[in-house]
Design a protein around this ligand. Structure first.
Ligand SMILES: Cc1cc2nc3c(=O)[nH]c(=O)nc-3n(C[C@H](O)[C@H](O)[C@H](O)COP(=O)(O)OP(=O)(O)OC[C@H]3O[C@@H](n4cnc5c(N)ncnc54)[C@H](O)[C@@H]3O)c2cc1C
Length: 374
């Protein structure tokens, strides 16, 4: 029977980033149930890179990841992984103070943001409704991620280093006996020293199939729509537009404008589909904040953002079986943190020191340890 050092369950951005960092020194197999990598959350994100919208522990991972994405390994990507976008933060009447406070908070954190008058905000996004916008500022520290190039880069380099990436392969169950996992997959059986759980919204299901206690990872549905803008608007040059209390956001997406009602509804792990009400909210916010009339929605989709109880990722060996390794709970930041979390998980699995950037950015792996919930 084929034996691997590490079997990674899940071929989204999280599983493939780990395969990239692990394959040079370990025999790795990645099992992906679907026929294509990235079919679930990874293929449904808003592709945003932000350095500051998340918890401090996640922002530190983002800073480490930013360096990787700006300067990936030789041959990893034929186009830039990040493209500058910037974000316009807006508040309506009554939210002026919230905008000022958010701007001051960013400045206090050393982030160079640009205070804007309403006129200046509308110069940047001409279809915003001047009667709606009461305060605004611009934060240049936002980028678009080329998610497909990143995913394919991880996959290609992992394969090149000898990893086997198997699609159409569902983990059905695994037993840990005599120091080894006997893994039953829809593609066949094999053995492995370590099983890594990188199965996104299914993380607790996969743990149960391996006889490991769940970590309480809960998938939450998030919805996005896209609309066509009038032909005289240069969509590509627009910034992202964020409501100051993060009630909604809009951003350019492949020649259209993406709008999300920033919904976060707990759901069962599945091939989630958009609910009519969430689609209606997205269109409503777009009409409320702008002078656009939404006649037709060009596309809509939903995906899962999966969170642990404290909304930090869960990375490390399971308390009840150290041969089972958690790499889950990446919430709404799994793409942007994938270089740092892939490196962190690979260092823990190979018992190698963390790259120097982790100490510099103050990352303490204990913050992500599965043991924190024990
Ligand atoms: C609308 C939306 C917007 C988002 N915007 C952003 C953003 O702007 N920036 C950002 O960084 N993040 C964003 N995210 C979050 C990001 O998409 C996720 O954090 C990330 O994709 C998680 O990656 P993953 O590999 O864990 O999950 P997935 O891509 O879902 O991969 C998990 C894989 O595991 C497989 N699997 C499950 N069970 C099994 C099994 N038993 N056997 C084999 N395979 C199995 C599944 O088929 C799946 O392909 C967004 C998410 C959504 C939904």
């Amino acid at each position: 029977m084929q034996h691997y050092d590490v079997a990674i369950i899940g071929g989204g951005i999280v599983g493939l980033s780990l395969a990239h960092f692990l394959a040079p020194t370990r025999a790795v197999v990645v099992l992906e149930r679907e026929t294509a990598h990235g079919y679930h959350s990874t293929g449904r994100s808003a592709a945003e890179f932000t350095l500051r919208d998340n918890a401090p522990e996640v922002n530190a991972l983002a800073r480490i990841s930013h360096a990787f994405m700006e300067n990936p390994p030789e041959g990893f990507a034929s186009v830039p992984l990040l493209t500058a976008r910037g974000s316009l933060w807006i508040g309506t009447i009554g939210k002026e103070e919230a905008v000022t406070q958010a701007r001051q908070k960013a400045e206090a954190a050393g982030i160079a943001v640009v205070p804007l008058t309403v006129v200046e905000a509308i110069q940047r996004v001409p279809f915003l409704d001047p009667a709606y916008v009461a305060a605004a500022y611009f934060d240049p520290n936002y980028w678009d991620i080329d998610v497909d190039t990143l995913l394919q880069g991880y996959a290609r380099s992992a394969r090149h280093a000898g990893a086997e990436l198997v699609t159409g392969a569902e983990l059905l169950g695994a037993r840990h006996e005599n120091g080894r996992w006997k893994v039953e997959a829809s593609s066949g059986a094999f053995t492995a020293d370590i099983v890594v759980n990188a199965s996104g919204g299914w993380a607790d299901t996969v743990a149960e199939r391996c006889g490991v206690a769940p970590a309480g990872i809960v998938p939450h549905r998030r919805t996005a729509i896209t609309v066509d803008l009038p032909a005289d608007i240069d969509v590509a040059s627009l910034p992202e537009i964020n409501e100051i209390d993060e009630i909604y956001y809009f951003k350019p997406d492949a020649g259209r404008l993406l709008a999300s009602p920033a919904d976060e509804t707990p759901c069962e792990a599945a091939d989630v589909q958009p609910e009519e009400l969430d689609v209606a909210y997205a269109a409503h916010y777009l009409e409320e904040a702008t002078e656009l009339k939404i006649g037709r929605i060009a596309s809509s989709w939903a995906g899962m953002r999966s969170f642990s109880a404290d909304r930090l990722p869960v990375v490390g060996p399971a308390s009840d079986n150290p041969a089972f390794f958690w790499l889950a709970g990446q919430g709404g930041f799994g793409i942007l943190t994938s270089p740092a979390l892939g490196q962190l998980a690979a260092s823990l699995l190979t018992k190698q020191p963390l790259p120097e950037a982790f100490a510099r950015e103050g990352v303490d792996p204990a913050a992500f340890s599965p043991g924190r919930f024990a």
